[in-house]
Design a protein around this ligand. Sequence first.
Ligand code: NDP
Ligand code: HSE
Length: 440
Amino acid sequence: MTSMAGLSTADGKTIRVALLGCGTVGSEVARLLTEQADELAARAGAPVELAGIAVRRPDKHPELPQHLLTSDAAALVESDVDVVVELIGGIEPVQTWLLTALRKGKSVVTANKALLSEHSAELFEAADASGADLYFEAAVAGAIPLLRPLRESLAGDRITKVMGIVNGTTNFILSAMDSTGAGYAETLEEASRLGYAEADPTADVDGYDAAAKAAILASLAFHSRVTASDVHREGIAGVTASDIAAAKALGRTVKLLAICERVTADDGTESVSARVHPVMIPRSHPLAGVNGAFNAVFVEADAAGELMFYGQGAGGAPTASAVLGDLVAVARNLVVGGRGPRESAHAALPVRPMGQTPTRYHVSLDVADRPGVLAQVAQVFAAHDVSIAAVRQRDRHATASLVIVTHLAPDAALQATVEAIGKMDVVHEVVSVMRVEGED
Ligand code: NDP
Ligand code: HSE
């Protein structure tokens, strides 16, 4: 038990916490809650007591206080607890337990991006019905304080873009490919060997994890409901050593970015674009210097200008830091009888399909080296209404290496251009195609 004598909430009550899940993150939360009980109580204004810990296999946890352990998470949620901290992950049965907690007025702290990116509306509705709190700072970018700035500090500003590296595994792989020149498959193998990539790395390398985080970021930044299925998603499995080399040759590097933008059409109507895909960014861009398993997110707002958030995006202790920050916020609210921020989806902006989203492409080609070829290639871009920003040609033996960077154009037009170019007789090989960000 972690209570501290002498402090209590307004109604004299210790704040009792149910911890659901005690794995990588949960075990660190349990440790910090125990080790820092007195300090947390002082900060919260009341003792914060670990009332029970639900795990799948209690017999596998001899390190935990046995009297707190249970495998019955549903019963723990229904018991006499004030706050439920959920660190299991996934949709069901967790969603049912959290809805039960919220409907009964028990506040919830969770790191569950999978659940929040699909079902935050139902969770917020349940929280509103009972007046409970719903906090989820740890769901995006681990230890980095990012969601609270979006929900609170920037609530008076108009955010135009949120762009960042929100998946450490893929950033580790791309950073390693950039520094060694090795291919994707062998780098993934190395990442698994070093323990960076999970046994099943699909959620990370195929972009599902980043897409869930992008949905949460877009919802908060643009006061709209964006779900993971609204997010255009491409992973890093298609990134080749040629792509990395082409980027390097141009003073760029390749990153998997989550990009959430407010897009204003010619008639003034606004929509949200939310996407996750590999991009080339200049090596001088602040995100280019974020290497290994670190995360960083760039926010642009009308009044604040550019802001950057950087730090450890995963791991037990870093993620537990964000969870405990939320827990103290909930406890403070309970002490004063207030509430944290509710859902803010009043803008209800529609999500723009990827094909209509303005992007820029880098296209690297090997073409026949004879008169008129550049003009023929340029003609295909023009036919698709895609404007070329820069062209670089390097002669090789009988072929020329052509690098073209476009201006902004609808993504569908750029895709169609690349497809048409790939079919041209004069084009020997489409060496690399990648979207470009971070330069005007
Ligand atoms: P782990 O797999 O390490 O731990 C999951 C825990 O949940 C285990 O203690 C497991 O019990 C318990 N559990 C699973 N099923 C049940 C069940 N039916 N009833 C009761 N307990 C159950 O997960 P993580 O700690 O890595 O992740 C937890 C959450 O945090 C996820 O939502 C994840 O997305 C999120 N997150 C994780 C980060 C990280 O770096 N790991 C970073 C940011 C967010 P048992 O121990 O007995 O198996
Ligand atoms: N698998 C995630 C990553 C963990 O690699 O960043 C944090 O959500």
